[in-house]
Design a protein around this ligand. Structure first.
Ligand code: SF4
Ligand code: SF4
Length: 139
């Protein structure tokens, strides 16, 4: 749950509690090193074999998203420890709010199949590029 910027605290609470149902309190994200080697891509594919996991790229940064509700979120979508909530929750500005829609990412994978298909196409593109370079070097 964010702190309010351009809207009143009451409006924000209604939005978070009822309209959005506290979406941002139902997952965590972790920045990942950008994959470089086959083993890195294989590991991402393995992450996505698990329930509640997504992988996305924002800017040039890779993220792992784990959908798991915060233990302090009440059944009525309020924060049980609001006065003592972590800094990451305090610092979340309403301008960053992802309700009603999350920002689109350049790459976003919810399943292992989606990721493996993208990875196979990426490998094929790189193979074609290497062949073109090799042909150009010979010419
Ligand atoms: S995503 Fe926005 S509206 Fe939803 S709970 Fe978080 S701050 Fe509130
Ligand atoms: S500590 Fe409170 S504001 Fe932070 S994620 Fe949990 S319920 Fe939401």
């Amino acid at each position: 749950m964010a702190r309010s910027g351009s809207i009143t605290d009451e409006e924000l609470q209604r939005r978070c509690q009822h309209d959005c149902q506290a979406r941002c309190c139902r997952y965590i994200t972790v920045v990942l090193p950008a994959p470089k080697h086959k083993a890195d891509f294989d590991e991402l594919s393995w992450f996505l074999a698990h329930e509640g996991i997504s992988v996305y790229v924002e800017g040039r940064r890779w993220h792992l998203e784990v959908r798991n509700r915060c233990k302090y979120l009440t059944k009525t979508n309020l924060c049980r420890i609001y006065e003592d909530r972590p800094e990451v929750c305090r610092g979340y500005e309403t301008e960053e709010c992802e309700y009603p829609e999350r920002p689109a990412h350049a790459l976003h994978f919810d399943t292992r199949d989606e990721f493996d298909t993208w990875w196979a196409r990426k490998r094929a593109r790189e193979k074609r590029r290497r062949r073109r370079r090799a042909r150009a070097a010979k010419a």
